[in-house]
Design a protein around this ligand. Structure first.
Ligand code: GLC
Length: 561
């Protein structure tokens, strides 16, 4: 596989509104990110992905964009962003923006012009359709729980399509004029000096040639809009648009791209991330999807540490020899990784968080950390549905009630899965508002900030933060980089519950062992140990001739003969 500059990178996602507030308005901003570049550099991450910073009415926290080439004044100015591009470059880091082009905001001038004249040229930028016998054109349910068609104001029997919120109309990629505008915008940003994009919700741009009903799958009589992704015409269009997008923008710029792609058939991986793929990389969401139900969060089952391991391992095997996945345990759409993948009662324990970190950082592929993950930030408490900000959580709460759950049980369900868990302010210090803002934070800080914060962890050699630093510097260590970045992956001891064990092999033979359980484990060793390269616990590993005892939650990297 051809070597690329980004393969040895470690990614870090910034969700700007909650990262760091420089001006006391309670919301994070770009100057706030600039203040923390030293922190990020010391952590060792070098590929920074910013969730949307564009002007937006915030119906979906910035994923509803009203101007693709601007910076929302809440986050700063274009000059601030240019400074961020320059400052990251100066430090050997690269900046990625979020490319959200399945939909825009209903307040974008394109949609405003389309509403004014649905039959005119801008009407062709969206999907306007007539209803069917007084009902919407088809029975799809969108990703946030409501129907995907909303009536066009003032026009009897005309609807527009939105797979997400009604304030996020879908863009019509079958229109070459729209595609040209998008390529122009993408190139404009790349010419400004960003290194590339995280590409949002992108599989949805391929729409089938006709919008037809699917069998209803919930009491609301609607069907999951995801069904359309499997239609041959949708798949064919997706391939056509992604090829054209790549050839007209990313490829000529040598840009890095990471796609938000769910549910890819292993047979299609090469098309997405192979040497001639649409993207450089895509997130591995196998564990993210594990236990989820098409019925909604109320019917979901939380994955065990063994489920997590099995999901990662099967993705690793599928991607080996094809391309580079991007490995995550959390992002702005998911519960905190420690709260989701560690068993109840262990989510707050740094030793358990480190065992999980060792797996996600040492698998083959690009690790992407989400802000605060390196501190072991966990889910937040929920006292009432009225304090929820996230639009998706509100839809899932309604689905819980529709399925017959009592209000307090519904609250318990959404408390685990809500996207708000990931969106509390980053915990910088034990000072007021976790040092995030001098004003009132737009969302309350997680009360655990007094003990869990960056300042305290920097001073503690045994902290989660310092262990993340060790893992990242191990990946970059010239002695081990070849093996950890480009080496192959091979699992072992997969019959053992709660153990993630795998080889990474190239010029060195590294054995990664992570005990994702609270029980000590006796393991046979597949050969003589040359060196203990990393140990997550202060306990020295108990090495016998041909066996070792792995303490509860202990992660080890052993260099083998
Ligand atoms: C992606 C984003 C999510 C957003 C959705 C619609 O899934 O990660 O936050 O709500 O797309 O843009």
């Amino acid at each position: 596989m051809q070597r690329q500059w980004w393969q040895a990178s470690v990614g870090y996602q910034i969700w700007p509104k909650s990262f760091n507030d420089s001006n006391g308005d309670g919301m994070g901003d770009i100057p706030g990110i600039l203040e923390k570049l030293d922190y990020l550099q010391q952590l060792g991450v070098d590929l920074l992905w910013l969730s949307p910073i564009y002007p937006s009415p915030l119906a979906d926290e910035g994923y509803d964009i009203s101007d693709y080439c601007g910076v929302d004044p809440r986050f700063g100015t274009m000059a601030d962003l240019e400074r961020l591009i320059a400052e990251t470059k100066r430090r050997g880091m690269r900046l990625l923006l979020d490319l959200v082009v399945n939909h825009c905001s209903d307040e974008h001038p394109w949609f405003q012009k389309a509403l004014a004249d649905p039959e005119g040229p801008y009407g062709q930028y969206f999907y306007f359709r007539r209803g069917k016998n007084g009902a919407p054109p088809c029975n799809w349910r969108g990703y946030f729980g409501a129907g995907v068609w909303s009536p066009v104001p003032g026009r009897a029997d005309l609807y527009y399509l939105h797979l997400f919120h009604e304030k996020q109309p879908d863009l019509n990629w079958s229109n070459p004029a729209l595609r040209r505008e998008i390529y122009q915008m993408v190139n404009w940003w790349l010419d400004k000096g960003i290194a590339g994009f995280r590409v949002d919700a992108i599989v949805n741009i391929g729409k089938p040639d006709s919008f037809r009903d699917y069998p209803a799958d919930r009491p609301d009589g609607l069907a999951d809009c995801c069904n359309m992704l499997a239609e041959p015409s949708a798949k064919a269009h997706l391939a056509e648009y992604l090829t054209e997008l790549r050839d007209n923008t990313f490829r000529p710029h040598g840009a890095f791209t990471v796609g938000e792609v769910f549910d890819t058939d292993p047979a299609e991986l090469a098309a997405f991330i192979g040497p001639d793929g649409y993207f450089s990389s895509m997130f591995d969401f196998a564990a993210t999807c594990c236990g989820k139900s098409p019925k909604g969060w109320w019917a979901a089952r939380r994955p065990s540490p063994t489920d997590y391991r099995d999901c990662c391992f099967s993705s690793q095997k599928a991607a080996q020899g094809v391309g580079f996945l991007s490995n995550v345990i959390e992002n702005h759409d998911e519960p905190r990784g420690a709260s989701h993948y560690l068993p109840l009662g262990f989510e707050e324990q740094p030793r358990a968080q480190k065992a999980l970190a060792a797996v996600t950082l040492l698998l083959r592929g690009l690790p992407f950390l989400y802000q605060g993950q390196e501190l072991g930030m966990t889910n937040k408490p929920f006292a009432s549905i009225h304090e929820v900000d996230d639009v998706n959580t509100k839809g899932e709460y309604a689905a819980c009630l529709a399925a017959g759950l009592r209000a307090d049980d519904a609250l318990e369900v959404i408390a685990h899965y809500s996207r708000d868990n990931a969106r509390t302010p980053v915990q910088w210090s034990a000072q007021a508002n976790a040092g995030f803002t001098a004003g009132t934070p737009w969302m309350p800080v997680n009360p655990r900030y007094r003990s869990v914060n960056a300042e305290a962890q920097q001073a503690d050699p045994a902290s989660a933060l310092n262990f993340y630093k060790k893992l990242i510097s191990l990946r970059k260590d010239p002695a081990y980089k070849e093996t950890l970045v480009w080496g192959d992956f091979e699992p072992l001891y997969t019959e053992r519950e709660g153990l993630a064990a795998f080889w990474r092999r190239a010029d060195k033979k590294l054995l990664v062992l992570s005990n994702l359980s609270d029980e000590a484990m006796l393991l046979p060793l597949p050969g003589p140990v040359r060196a203990v390269v990393l140990n997550s616990r202060q306990l020295p590993p108990e090495l016998e001739q041909q066996a070792l005892i792995l303490a509860p939650w202990q992660a080890l990297v052993l260099e083998m003969e």
